[in-house]
Structure formats: structure tokens, C-alpha cells
Design a binder for this molecule. Structure first.
Ligand SMILES: [Ca+2]
Ligand SMILES: [Ca+2]
Length: 451
């Protein structure tokens, strides 16, 4: 019985100089011409640099050169045989040589995609290019390119046997090159890579032995194509393909707020509210002053009992942040939902796949100096690691500000790697005389899940 699986590989866990933890290799060089994968000019990355490109987290590897006409280039060597064999060893059952394994990959892969997240610049401006090595002898002329000066996903994808055959090299690797425009001796050539990965889609077979007729299988995934054939003493049947049924999804809403919160404890309620006053909006990690019990009491209910705080330091913005521990709130309500997820990363991936919308709600008002003295603004942590501002209000009494996030891009960028959604509300800055004041009556978050 066969079904298609997607195998993802990247540089997570890579130790420089070793192919035990992770079989892929990345190298960099500076040279006036694009180097072939076998070039001795390339140097293997350090373990630190591997950790920078092993995760999409805004830490990057940025090799550069100021030498005239030189190009900063990073080679990504994907050991596709090892990647597939470590997850699905039966795919190569009965064969032992690299050439035979390469033939199996060329014959069975349904789709192969390369991803690189980054940007680059040189004398000719902003341009990060991603190219693949074809026919064992050249970098393909068709490239993916990012011409903006910030991180963007580059993706190359192939889904026909003839194209896939050209990108898998005889040694069982797929090679990709990312590179910047050349330096002119003044403007450096810089490549910045935040993360890189490869995806391989291919069919995986399972043999189910010693069964009586009829054979009933309970463990099949829903909405998946399978092919099956029967093998018995009199021979093999033809393959037949079927699609398993779709499960009707049920939508549920998980709401969270700060009711029953005990200051300093995350047992009764795993969510938190913290604050700071500063000249710009700080990142979640930097907003650390937590409410005391009296302040928490003010925001537990929509009851006109307010949390109010202010600063009159010139230029400072009073900002409060709600840390919604979405993974834990959902797990409390549906204890088996993350049953198959062992790590936080796996729970976050599952959560992203289940979430249909995230509705952020903050009831309050604010004041300060400047042209809009009563403007309170709502923001969420997202995009690529920055606050994304949403609804604003100029009310002078408690008003509801909300943002309903419904697109995959909004949802995926709002749920952070630690399983939280971070929400901020902030006041106009103080000018040293008029204070920057924030008043919150109640805050909550609703996640709509499809399960
Ligand atoms: Ca990174
Ligand atoms: Ca209240």
C-alpha cells in the first residue's frame, strides 16, 4: 500500500564537520565567479553559522567581501539520499549503491522544492539569487530572486520526472547556490541567509502481512490518496488507487482572559500582562514588568474597575502587553489535542494547522501629548519580528478595540515559536508635561479551531 509523504530537511542540529546529526552541508566562498559545488574555494560553515541558518528566527549568517568584483556566495548541499533513507529506509530496500538510490529518487519523487529565506546586496543593488545545479555540470540559468532589502522566501520547485532527474546529481546530492551581486571595491557584496530547507514529496509503501479477507485498516489518514495491490500465492493484482474520506471538521472557540490570575504564578492562569514605558515599542522579551495582584484584579472582568498607569517622562510611550499562552490554554480545554506532539515546536505546528482565526480584544482608552491625544492603538507581534498595528480608538471612556486575524499568513506570523500570541496596547507619548496614560478594563483572546 502506498501514499505520498512530504519529507522536510534543513540544517537544524547540524554540527560542523559531522554528518551524523544532520547529513546536509553548507559552505561559503568569496570569488569573482560562481563556484561549482566541488570547488575547493568553499569553506564549511561553523557550528554557530549552521545554527543561524537552521531556523527562521531573524538570526542570520551574513558573509561579505569588499574585494573588487568578488561575489559572496553560499552553497547548500542537500544529501537527498540520506534525508530520505533516515526517515523511510524501506524506500531503498534491496539496493545498495549510490547510483541505484539516485535512480529510485529520480523515478519516484513527485515534487522537490528548495527554500531559502534571506536577502543580499552588492554594487548593483539589492538582489539575492537562488540557483540549482543541473546535469552534474552547471548552475541553472533560471533563478529565484529577492530584490528587496529584507528577508523574503525564495522558492524553486520541480514536479516532473525529467526536471527532477536533472537536479539530482550522481553523488546523491541536490546543490543550491545563493549569492549576491559583486562588490565594486567600495560597496560590499553581502549574502544574508536566515533559513534554508528542502522538501521532497514521494510515495511510501507499507506491506500488511497475513491478513484474512476482508482486510480492514483503521489507521489511514483522512483525505489522502493511497494505492494498494494484493499479493498472494497466485501472484500480484493490479494497483488500484483510492482516496480516503474527508472528516467533517468541527469548529470550536477557545477563549482566554486573565480571570483568576494570581500575580507571579502561571498555574491558575497561564497568561500574563506586563508593561513598560519607552520611546519606541519594545519586543515581547523586553517588556518584563508584570502586574501586581491589584493591577490584575482591574483587568479580569469588563466591570469599569480599571487598570490605569502612566509615565510623564518626555518622549516615553506607555505600553502594556498581553502574553496569551495559546498552547496551554487550548491544552487545558482539550487535553488530547497535542497527543502526538512531543516538543513545543510540534505543538505550535499543530496549533497553526488547526487555527482558523484569532480574535484579539482589548477594552480601554488612553491619553497623552501630540496631535491625537486620546489615541489608543492595538498591535500584535507578527510579520517578521515586529509589532503590526491594528485598530485605533480616540475614545475617552472604555471602548473595545479588536483585530480578527483570519488569513494563514496572519495566523502563522502571530503564533510564536514558544506557543504564544503577544498583543500590545499603547498610548500617545508624553511630552514631559502631559502624561502618557493607559487604562484597561478587560482583555481577551479567542482562537477558532477546526478539528
Ligand atoms: Ca535563522
Ligand atoms: Ca475591569
Amino acid at each position: 500500500m502506498k501514499r505520498n509523504v512530504t519529507i522536510l530537511s534543513d540544517f537544524k542540529g547540524k554540527v560542523a564537520g559531522s554528518v551524523v546529526e544532520n547529513p546536509n552541508i553548507a559552505k561559503n566562498s568569496i570569488n569573482p565567479s560562481l563556484q561549482m559545488p566541488s570547488s575547493a574555494i568553499f569553506n564549511d560553515l561553523s557550528s554557530a553559522a549552521y545554527s543561524w541558518i537552521g531556523k527562521l528566527d531573524n538570526t542570520q549568517f551574513s558573509p561579505q567581501t569588499e574585494a573588487n568584483k568578488y561575489i559572496s556566495q553560499v552553497l547548500l548541499s542537500w544529501n537527498v539520499i540520506e534525508i530520505v533513507e533516515r526517515q523511510y529506509p524501506t524506500i531503498f530496500q534491496g539496493v545498495s549503491t549510490v547510483a541505484e538510490k539516485v535512480d529510485i529518487l529520480k523515478g519516484t519523487s513527485q515534487q522537490i522544492s528548495l527554500n531559502a529565506y534571506g536577502y543580499a546586496s552588492g554594487a548593483a543593488g539589492n538582489s539575492l539569487k537562488l540557483s540549482v545545479f543541473v546535469d552534474n555540470n552547471a548552475w541553472a540559468s533560471g533563478v529565484a530572486e529577492n530584490t528587496i532589502n529584507s528577508i523574503k522566501q525564495l522558492r524553486l520547485s520541480w514536479n516532473t520526472k525529467s526536471l527532477i532527474s536533472r537536479i539530482i546529481s550522481d553523488d546523491g546530492y541536490i546543490y543550491a547556490l545563493t549569492y549576491a551581486p559583486a562588490s565594486d571595491g567600495t560597496t560590499p557584496s553581502i549574502v544574508t541567509i536566515d533559513y534554508a530547507s528542502i522538501e521532497i514529496v514521494l510515495p511510501v509503501s507499507t506491506t500488511i502481512g497475513d491478513v484474512s479477507s476482508p482486510c480492514k485498516l483503521e489507521s489511514l489518514s483522512s483525505d489522502t490518496d493511497y494505492t494498494a495491490k494484493v499479493i498472494n500465492k497466485s501472484g500480484e493484482s493490479n494497483e488500484s488507487t483510492f482516496t480516503t474520506g474527508k472528516k467533517e471538521p468541527v469548529e470550536v472557540i477557545v477563549s482566554m482572559d486573565l480571570k483568576n490570575k494570581i500575580a507571579g504564578s502561571v498555574i491558575e492562569n497561564p497568561n500574563r500582562m506586563t508593561r513598560t514605558a519607552y520611546t519606541n515599542l519594545l519586543s515581547p522579551q523586553a517588556i518584563t514588568i508584570e502586574n501586581d495582584q491589584n493591577q490584575y484584579n482591574g483587568i479580569m472582568n469588563l466591570d469599569n474597575n480599571l487598570y490605569s498607569q502612566s509615565t510623564n517622562v518626555n518622549g516615553n510611550i506607555f505600553q502594556v502587553m498581553f502574553s496569551w499562552n495559546v498552547v496551554e490554554n487550548i491544552e487545558k480545554q482539550y487535553p488530547t489535542i497535542f497527543q502526538k506532539a512531543a516538543t513545543v515546536a510540534e505543538k505550535v505546528a499543530k496549533l497553526k494547522s488547526l487555527t482558523k482565526s484569532i480574535n484579539i480584544k482589548v477594552h480601554g482608552f488612553a491619553s497623552g501629548a501630540g496631535e491625537k491625544p486620546n489615541r489608543m492603538i492595538l498591535a500584535r507581534w507578527g510579520g517578521i519580528y515586529s509589532w503590526v498595528t491594528g485598530q485605533a480608538s480616540d475614545a475617552t471612556t472604555v471602548a473595545l478595540l479588536q483585530g480578527n486575524l483570519t488569513s494563514d499568513a496572519q495566523i502563522n506570523s502571530s503564533i510564536t515559536d514558544d506557543g504564544y500570541v503577544y498583543v500590545m496596547a499603547y498610548a500617545p507619548a508624553s511630552d514631559g508635561k502631559t502624561a502618557s496614560i493607559i487604562n484597561i478594563d478587560y482583555a481577551s483572546l479567542e482562537c477558532t479551531l477546526s478539528m
